[in-house]
Design a binder for this molecule. Sequence first.
Ligand SMILES: C[S@@+](CC[C@H](N)C(=O)[O-])C[C@H]1O[C@@H](n2cnc3c(N)ncnc32)[C@H](O)[C@@H]1O
Ligand SMILES: Nc1nc2[nH]cc(C(=O)O)c2c(=O)[nH]1
Ligand code: SF4
Ligand SMILES: [Mg+2]
Length: 227
Amino acid sequence: MSVATTQPTASSVRSDALRVTEIFHSIQGESSRVGLPTVFIRLTGCPLRCTWCDTEYAFHGGGTIPIDAILAQVAEFHCTTVCVTGGEPLAQKNCLPLLVALCEAGYSVSLETSGALDIGGIDPRVSRIMDIKAPGSGETTKNRWENLDLLTAHDELKLVLASREDYEWAITACHQHRLFERCPVLFSPVQGQLEAGQLAQWIIDDKLPVRFQLQLHKVLWGNTPGR
Ligand SMILES: C[S@@+](CC[C@H](N)C(=O)[O-])C[C@H]1O[C@@H](n2cnc3c(N)ncnc32)[C@H](O)[C@@H]1O
Ligand SMILES: Nc1nc2[nH]cc(C(=O)O)c2c(=O)[nH]1
Ligand code: SF4
Ligand SMILES: [Mg+2]
């Protein structure tokens, strides 16, 4: 379901509201939860501009919705698994109480984040999928490396790679920051920029302890908003 794009007046905005681009029911296409029917809450806005971002439509617009109304929309899908994404979800302060409310309501919750913002203070029941930005994204300087110390085995680290240079940078980062010891590590090709079979072969050749990822929803439906 897409969210109305009407502009709220200041007096109509509740203090626990969030700016939301879309709430939809699909198949999880990323992370180790891939394949699970999932409700997605896509929050609006992002302070990064990854060169290859497939979700630029979430940078602006959206509708302003209080947390209880978001929960009511999610409940309509009768699905126990929820993914909060964006945009960059942590750019809105009310993302933290939204995550608590979803956990309290009994959902199994994951959060997709660039890791450019502090991941402290997130409800520990949430599985954090933290994406470290490689040079091809143009946003490496935004990586907040101190976030790594907060990750647990319940979380996942992700590297989305555009080239052989990104791949080699990622291996160096994994060793320098002991990423393999922190939580599962995912390597994924930038869609349309790095050939998936090529990345898979490099991972095999180098015997890397990472999980290769393709965006399953794009195999199913292409790059369609709300999928
Ligand atoms: C749209 S982002 C939203 C969450 C957060 N801003 C982040 O970057 O993790 C969700 C995921 O999609 C990935 N993604 C975006 N564009 C992509 C592309 N062209 N190919 C592969 N993955 C992409 C991001 O790297 C991220 O892991
Ligand atoms: N089906 C589907 N799975 C996803 N997993 C993470 C997504 C995202 O955009 O963050 C996403 C998405 O946009 N669609
Ligand atoms: S951080 Fe995420 S939403 Fe923001 S530009 Fe990068 S991939 Fe897109
Ligand atoms: Mg997506």
